[in-house]
Design a protein around this ligand. Structure first.
Ligand code: PMP
Length: 395
């Protein structure tokens, strides 16, 4: 097992001091790399007045306004600590607003580790048997799991249970069954159906916001949800997340409304300060996105060439600083059935060969490779050399 003893820039270090080019990047938050000076420097400036106050403060309000300037659908929002909490809270708001119970989600999407979210979840979750996994039958009864990119599977649930639908929760662009893009019309179809049923559309942008740009998936794709969840990447590594959306929907929250959410550390000034630092960098330096996009393309093209040389027809996808492929021939996966048909043993062997070659990858093929502003062309070249060696047993 890889045990990490240190980190700097694009690199992770093991206990023997060996350096690895890191594509895990803490599973997403480190868009600027480990130890980015504008984030990790001068921390006493942020800590001078303590870590947590328990009261709303001006910097928190400014952060909300700043987020809303990029994501206009988030008219009102609250800060929490993790993506799990953000999704849990968004689902509570949707249920309170509609007075209904049913949540429709998609196989292979990951929304954190609360009970509802773990049904047929992607990422590294093991969710085969709900009861054995500690998820109560009552929760299972109020969740319907559909196939991503398949509106017919949604319609099937809506025909029988549409009147009980509180929300559809979805990763608008998926990063937790590998990278899976929505087919044209899929998100628009969810938007139209939730409107028709009087249900709430929740976009989980915990991976996509900031990773794909300041507008996340929703601005890029031009589909506005009722509620959005944001997470880890906004703190640059510090634990801060948010949920929010349509002002009328959010008005069910206490103290004005009947739905309660809490969290001692929610909106604490230290993590809010970190989120401002992240936005300061990303708003002022759009060229960082350009650099990452070029580098991701170079890595993806190199991977494609390496596969082609071995006669392997694996599709490699790059979107901004995400690169992904599966040990599965043919076009990129469109849903979890296709994603899970990838060869797990081949990926496990590849993962270990890459680790031996000084490259740290996510251990599950459901996760994607994350580049950062700290990665360089020579890191990509080093990676592609390791890929050559790791693929040597193939073909
Ligand atoms: N939603 C998505 C899309 C995620 O990728 C994750 C975590 N990878 C979560 C929610 C949960 O976030 P956290 O781990 O901060 O609870």
């Amino acid at each position: 097992m890889f045990v990490q003893a240190g980190a700097r820039g694009a690199y992770a270090y093991d206990e023997d001091g060996r350096e690895y080019v890191d594509y895990v990047m803490a599973y997403g938050p480190l868009l600027l790399g480990h130890t980015y000076p504008a984030l990790t420097g001068n921390l006493d400036e942020l800590a001078r007045e303590g870590f947590v106050w328990g009261s709303t403060h001006p910097s928190e309000i400014r952060l909300a306004e700043r987020i809303r300037s990029h994501l206009p659908s988030m008219e009102r929002m609250r800060f929490v600590t993790t993506g799990t909490e953000a999704m849990m809270s968004a689902v509570r708001v949707a249920r309170a607003y509609t007075g209904r119970s049913l949540i429709l989600k998609f196989a292979g999407n990951y929304h954190g580790h609360s009970d509802f979210a773990l049904l047929d979840a992607g990422a590294s979750a093991h969710t085969g048997d709900a009861r054995a996994g500690g998820i109560p039958d009552g929760v299972v009864a109020d969740v319907a799991v559909c196939r991503y990119n398949d509106l017919a599977s949604v319609d099937e649930v809506l025909r029988e249970r549409g009147a009980d639908l509180a929300a559809i929760a979805v990763e608008p662009i998926v990063g937790n069954m590998g990278y899976v893009a929505p087919l044209p019309g899929f998100l628009e179809g969810l938007r139209e159906r939730t409107r028709r049923c009087g249900a709430v559309l929740i976009f989980d942008e915990v991976i996509t916001w900031l990773r794909l740009g300041l507008g996340g998936a929703q601005v890029r794709l031009g589909v506005a949800p009722d509620l959005t969840t944001l997470g880890k990447i906004m703190g640059g590594g510090a634990p801060i997340a948010a949920f929010g959306g349509n002002a009328e929907v959010m008005s069910v929250l206490a103290p004005d409304g009947p739905a309660f959410t809490g969290g001692t550390h929610g909106g604490n000034p230290f993590c809010v300060g970190m989120a401002h630092r992240v936005l300061d960098v990303l708003e002022r330096r759009p060229e960082l996105y350009d650099g990452m996009r070029v580098l991701a393309r170079r890595l993806a093209d190199g991977l494609s060439r390496a596969f082609a040389a071995k006669g392997l027809s694996y599709a490699v996808v790059a979107d901004e600083s995400i690169v992904d492929f599966k040990f599965r021939p043919g076009a990129p996966a469109r849903d979890y059935d296709e994603a899970r048909s990838a060869d797990r043993a081949a990926y496990a062997a590849y993962y270990h060969a890459m680790l031996a070659g000084g490259i740290l990858l996510p251990p599950s093929q459901n996760e994607v490779m994350f580049l950062s502003a700290a990665h360089t062309g020579s890191d990509v070249d080093r990676t592609l050399e390791a890929v050559e060696d790791a693929l040597a047993p193939h073909g």
